[in-house]
Design a protein around this ligand. Structure first.
Ligand SMILES: Cc1cc2nc3c(=O)[nH]c(=O)nc-3n(C[C@H](O)[C@H](O)[C@H](O)COP(=O)(O)OP(=O)(O)OC[C@H]3O[C@@H](n4cnc5c(N)ncnc54)[C@H](O)[C@@H]3O)c2cc1C
Length: 410
């Protein structure tokens, strides 16, 4: 495991530091302060400006080839950029799905003309993309999806429903996986497309979340026509294409959430007075903080192993999939404890009255979603059990059965 940058990495880091210093505002140092007061529309507008700036400086997608606006850089340079950018107060999150999952899928399957049309506007933040995979009865088992497409001349006609589609309400385009053949086993009858979210017949209904926001949506398809030219991969190869997207998803979100952590917890414990004195002197509080510190260090060193592999040009090993399964429950536990510590104040989600703009409260509301998105805790544990520990596979009773013959309970 290497803890230090190589000479090249140190030079790249120094270039990134100089550029960020000249172009962005440093964070206040307290991760509890947020941008909760800004509307989503304002944040998106600000994010688009920042994204275009990054694209001009070739920092928007460092590992992409130069012909697509990247710099043909290494994954470790990408990590270095992320580490440095995290120190600055810049809007994040709107383009991760498009640039981390959708466009890489297009790069693998779209035509040269289509790439010429769609890659640059996505890279510059001018067009936002979403991922239309999950359905009410197909999440962990996404290959069980039921939205269907039937061929009609040069078009496909799509009917059905997706759910939990992050950002569908402000997205311009999406990638969509549908069932084109119910007569074969579930993984074999799927096909992937991309489409404009403004296509007639698409209805996007935002889902109100417990946190007050509405980041994801139900998306309904009523006789939506997609030209066959917008098919990604062969008819029936949708699962293979979806795996390209899902592998990129693991890489894109594997690093974990960005909510309050050990340092913010220390800051809160310093400020709070409990009945028996300052929270920081309370044995239980100290025990919990020490525990999170140890878990945080474990995650940090596990991440160093991934970074070392990347730095040496190797593919990271299974340790990369451990991050989320530890980070998300830790974030939830920490936020829950912080709210308990605030006593009655813990139930207030008030930017002005709650410590750190209610960042613990916000984290408490969003951490459960992080435990589900991109593979639930249970699914990730299954993966670790099967692929890391070599334990027997989960029982799969529907492997060779035609999708139409699967019992659905309906
Ligand atoms: C914040 C967030 C953003 C999202 N964004 C998108 C998006 O942009 N696009 C999109 O398509 N989807 C998105 N999703 C949906 C996400 O992919 C699904 O929620 C996820 O795959 C789980 O599916 P599900 O909700 O249907 O739960 P289910 O799959 O129904 O699971 C229910 C419970 O059963 C458990 N379970 C299921 N199968 C097994 C098994 N084999 N072994 C053990 N336990 C099992 C699960 O762990 C879970 O606890 C998002 C979800 C969240 C939370």
């Amino acid at each position: 495991m290497d803890f230090e940058d190589t000479q090249d990495e140190a030079q790249f880091r120094s270039e990134v530091k100089d550029w960020l210093k000249a172009n962005a505002t440093p964070r206040s140092g307290d991760n509890r302060t947020g941008r909760a007061e800004q509307s989503e529309a304002d944040l998106l507008a600000e994010a688009k400006v920042w994204q275009a700036k990054k694209a001009d400086a070739k920092y928007a997608q460092i590992t992409w080839p130069e012909e697509f606006g990247g710099r043909g850089g290494s994954p470790i340079q990408n990590v270095i950029y992320g580490q440095e950018e995290a120190k600055y107060d810049v809007p994040r999150g709107f383009f991760d799905i498009g640039l981390g999952m959708c466009i890489p899928t297009l790069m693998a399957y779209a035509t040269k003309e289509q790439l010429g049309r769609y890659v640059q506007p996505a890279l510059r933040g001018e067009e936002v993309w979403c991922q239309l995979f999950s359905e009410p009865a197909a999440g962990s088992d996404v290959a069980g999806l039921r939205t269907k497409a039937e061929k009609d001349g040069d078009d496909w006609v799509v009917n059905g429903q997706k759910v939990w589609t992050s950002g569908a309400h402000y997205s311009d385009y999406g990638i969509l996986v549908v069932r084109t053949d119910p007569n074969v086993p579930k993984h074999k009858g799927l096909t992937m497309f991309f489409l404009s979210m403004k296509t007639p017949g698409i209805e996007v209904r935002p889902i109100k979340q417990i946190s007050g926001g509405a980041n994801f949506n139900e998306v309904f398809f009523n006789d939506v026509r997609i030209p066959d030219s917008q098919r990604l991969g062969k008819v029936g190869d949708g699962w293979k294409v979806a795996l390209t997207t899902l592998m990129n998803e693991r890489l894109a979100i594997g690093g974990g959430g960005a909510g309050p952590d050990y340092h913010e917890m220390m800051a809160l414990a310093r400020e709070l007075e409990l009945e028996d004195g300052p929270a920081l002197r309370n044995a239980l509080v100290r025990d919990k903080i020490a525990d999170w510190y140890v878990r945080g260090k474990g995650l940090q060193y596990t991440r160093y192993r991934t970074l070392t592999a990347l730095s040496k040009g190797q593919t990271p090993g299974p340790e990369a999939s451990i991050g989320k399964v530890v980070t998300a429950p830790k974030a939830q536990d920490l936020a829950s404890f912080a709210m308990d510590l605030q006593d009655m104040g813990g139930i207030m989600m008030d930017d002005d009255a709650s410590p750190g703009s209610a960042a613990f409260q916000l984290s408490y509301m969003s951490a459960p979603g992080f435990r589900i998105a991109g593979g639930t805790d249970e699914i990730l544990r299954n993966i670790i059990a099967e692929r890391v520990l070599g334990l027997p596979q989960d029982v799969r009773v529907d492997k060779e059965v035609a999708f139409k013959d699967l019992p659905t309970g309906r």
